[in-house]
Ligand binder design. Structure first.
Ligand SMILES: C=CC1=C(C)c2cc3[nH]c(cc4nc(cc5[nH]c(cc1n2)c(C)c5CCC(=O)O)C(CCC(=O)O)=C4C)c(C)c3C=C
Ligand code: FE2
Ligand code: FE2
Length: 325
């Protein structure tokens, strides 16, 4: 359906990645690779290296390992399992000998470089990279591009490359998320407020030209319009703050603590920036932040799952690949 007729095409869905297991050691290795990426933390290297190795890696992995244990499945990390299932379904529906579909992780395994090398071995001449981040950020999307570009440095015959840098306002994506919210309302009823929670980012990055904040605002507004919500019926928040610097606001936790005081005690929470469910949605949003809201006087808190490997998500992926430039 979207194969390049002259060239064998390889499509790679790429997500962030997870530790190999929930052992503190594996979580430390994962966090070391992730937080050691200069795209993720922009501090000068010698200083950040010291902070990371003296103050973060000796302590954080134990805490994170505990969080991962609460969401880990028989098949492994939800983020990896859902991403792989999505890619398998896409391959089943649209793949053929001239259109290969696979899935890779930016950190940990299955490694992005290995998947690119596998495409090379299979004679792929046209590569489509589809980062599973609807909203572009230098910390996530660009970091995937860095690895792809660096891998090509050693290729004598570079393939043609299409890179989907964002899809925050793609009509098929907005409609798929909106449909999933509508379905949730049909099954469970609609709460007074729809909280749309996106992963946060240091606020400075917006000043430095990272468009992530604007992409999140655009996605939230488009979803609200598609759902016919009035301004009072939805709220955009940012979650997963890391460290002490100022991050994008409003902070999810602060809003959740405040809502019951304004007599808003029933909320639905959706995370449109996460293509698939992961630690940050299943543990932070669906467990920890629910407790925060209920402890603050909230009565009902329902998390609406990510699109994961549902059929509508497969079609979103297909459309993005078809229209990739
Ligand atoms: C400086 C730190 C971080 C930045 C910047 C950041 C940006 C960012 N992250 C995601 C998506 C995900 N992050 C996930 C986990 C995670 N994120 C950070 C830190 C930063 N993220 C940490 C330390 C962790 C690990 C867990 C922990 O210790 O708290 C995940 C989930 C991974 C999983 O295995 O399930 C995702 C997904 C985005 C979209 C983003 C910027 C826009
Ligand atoms: Fe993160
Ligand atoms: Fe978190």
């Amino acid at each position: 359906m979207f194969e390049n007729l002259e060239k064998k095409t390889g499509v790679l869905l790429v997500n962030l990645g997870s530790p190999a297991s929930t052992s503190t050691q594996d979580v430390r290795a994962f966090l070391g690779e992730f937080l050691g990426d200069p795209r993720v933390v922009n501090l000068p290297r010698p200083l950040w290296w010291l902070i990371l190795n003296l103050f973060i890696l000796p302590f954080r992995p134990r805490k994170s390992a505990h969080a991962y244990k609460t969401i880990w499945t028989d098949k492994g990390s939800p983020l990896i399992v859902f991403s792989q299932q999505l890619s398998i379904k896409l391959a089943k529906r649209y793949g053929n000998e001239n259109l290969l579909v696979d899935c890779a992780m930016r950190y940990g395994k299955p490694a992005l470089r290995e998947k690119l090398q596998a495409f090379k071995k299979q004679g792929v001449e046209d590569i489509v990279i589809l980062p599973l981040y609807p909203q572009y950020s230098s910390t996530t999307t660009a970091s995937i591009f860095d690895v792809v570009a660096d891998e090509f440095v050693s290729w004598r015959h570079m393939p043609s490359l299409r890179f989907v840098s964002d899809y925050y306002q793609s009509p098929v994506y907005i409609k798929a998320v909106a449909d999933s919210i509508r379905q949730h309302w049909l099954n469970h009823g609609q709460a007074a407020l729809l909280v749309m929670s996106f992963h946060g980012l240091p606020a400075k990055l917006t000043e430095w030209g990272d468009p992530y904040f604007h992409h999140c605002q655009a996605t939230a507004r488009l979803l609200a319009d598609e759902l016919g919500l009035k301004d009072k019926q939805w709220q955009l928040v940012f979650q997963s703050r890391f460290g002490r610097a100022e991050w994008l606001k409003p902070y999810c936790v602060e809003v959740l603590q405040d809502l019951p005081k304004q007599d808003i005690k029933q909320i639905d929470v959706v995370c449109p920036g996460f293509a698939v469910d992961c630690l940050e949605t299943l543990e932070e949003i669906a467990i920890t932040n629910k407790e925060v809201f209920l402890a603050a006087g909230g009565k009902s808190y329902r998390y609406i799952p990510a699109l994961n490997d549902c059929d509508a998500h497969v079609e979103v992926m297909a459309e993005l690949i078809k229209t990739a430039q």
